[in-house]
Design a protein around this ligand. Structure first.
Ligand SMILES: Cc1cc2nc3c(=O)[nH]c(=O)nc-3n(C[C@H](O)[C@H](O)[C@H](O)COP(=O)(O)OP(=O)(O)OC[C@H]3O[C@@H](n4cnc5c(N)ncnc54)[C@H](O)[C@@H]3O)c2cc1C
Ligand code: FES
Length: 269
């Protein structure tokens, strides 16, 4: 029996860590935890040098699981990360063999499209920036189930992009970039708008993760075209399992939801 329950905090080892464009990908071997579902996340803290400058980051940091796989002795968890502060910077420094405390998998997961009839348009995945992470595993899951899936990814510029060769190499991806270094020059939502205006949009389902303005634009486009969507959202998280209310966001119809337990995936009709 493992010492910790599957959802308890446990120590995992880094099996790989490498640059991926402007981001990094690292893998952990989770010997005791269950296989996560696409959309779920983990709270992570390094075993050493976590409370560096002035005690920060102190609290663990939330990361979506990007991909998973079987590994000798457990489950392989792949994460895509962008260093933007003390916690993510420290996780970007990880080297093979280091220990990482993990808690998870946490939160809910993306659900497959409701419309699975032959000829249905299937899934459209829309990712922006580091928000492409949870869509990698989702694409793989839909491929296993023969769900037709189209992938649209957008980046601000070359420095704020990555993960394509490591996580999306085996599928066709349509790209957009605000600086025009790759793909359509503009927003990824321009690509989505065009796709939803196509004649097969009615039976599509959209899955999106990215910065809040991108998610708002995705939701508005889906509403206008009467296409269901699921949005993986973010808010600052302290515990990750419902205890602190640090991640509370207002609901459109009043009240609050805790994004760590009621999300991070929010379903929009
Ligand atoms: C469910 C979930 C999944 C995530 N998945 C990934 C992932 O796969 N890869 C990845 O690189 N990052 C991911 N993040 C974001 C990551 O958790 C934050 O970037 C990280 O906590 C920042 O910590 P830091 O110490 O590096 O920087 P900090 O100094 O703590 O933050 C830097 C800046 O970002 C803001 N900020 C921090 N966290 C958030 C947040 N969650 N939402 C909005 N603003 C925030 C702060 O206010 C500050 O301005 C995810 C967050 C959530 C909630
Ligand atoms: S992060 Fe503590 S309640 Fe959600």
């Amino acid at each position: 029996m493992p010492e910790e329950t599957p959802l308890g905090r446990r120590l995992c080892r880094v099996t790989e860590s490498r640059a991926s464009g402007g981001y990094r990908v690292f893998s952990l071997l989770d010997e005791d935890g269950p296989e996560p579902q696409p959309g779920q996340f983990y709270m992570l803290a390094t075993e050493s040098h976590w409370e560096q400058g002035g005690g920060r980051p102190f609290l663990p940091r939330a990361l979506s699981v990007a991909e998973t796989g079987d590994a000798r002795g457990g489950v392989r968890l792949d994460f895509l990360i962008e260093g933007i502060g003390p916690g993510t910077d420290r996780l970007c420094e990880l080297v093979e063999g280091e220990g990482v405390w993990v808690n998870g998998p946490l939160g809910n997961a993306f659900a497959p499209p409701r419309e699975l009839a032959a000829g249905a348009a299937g899934a459209i995945l829309v990712g922006g920036g580091i928000g492409i992470a949870p869509l990698a595993g989702l694409r793989g899951r839909f491929a296993e189930r023969n769900i037709p899936t189209r992938v649209l990814l957008g980046f601000r510029d070359e420095a704020h992009s990555g993960g394509l060769d490591d996580l999306f190499s085996c599928c066709e991806v349509r790209l957009a970039s605000e600086d025009g270094h790759v793909g359509h020059q503009g927003y990824v939502t321009d690509l989505l708008a065009k796709m939803l205006e196509g004649d097969d949009a009615a039976s599509a389902a959209v899955y999106a993760c990215g910065p809040p303005p991108m998610l708002a634009a995705v939701q508005a486009l889906c509403e206008r075209n009467k296409v269901p969507c699921e949005l993986a959202m973010e808010s600052p998280m302290a515990c990750g399992f419902g205890a602190c209310y640090g991640c509370a966001v207002p609901k459109p119809d009043g009240g609050f939801l805790r994004l760590c337990v009621d999300g991070p995936v929010i379903r929009c009709a």
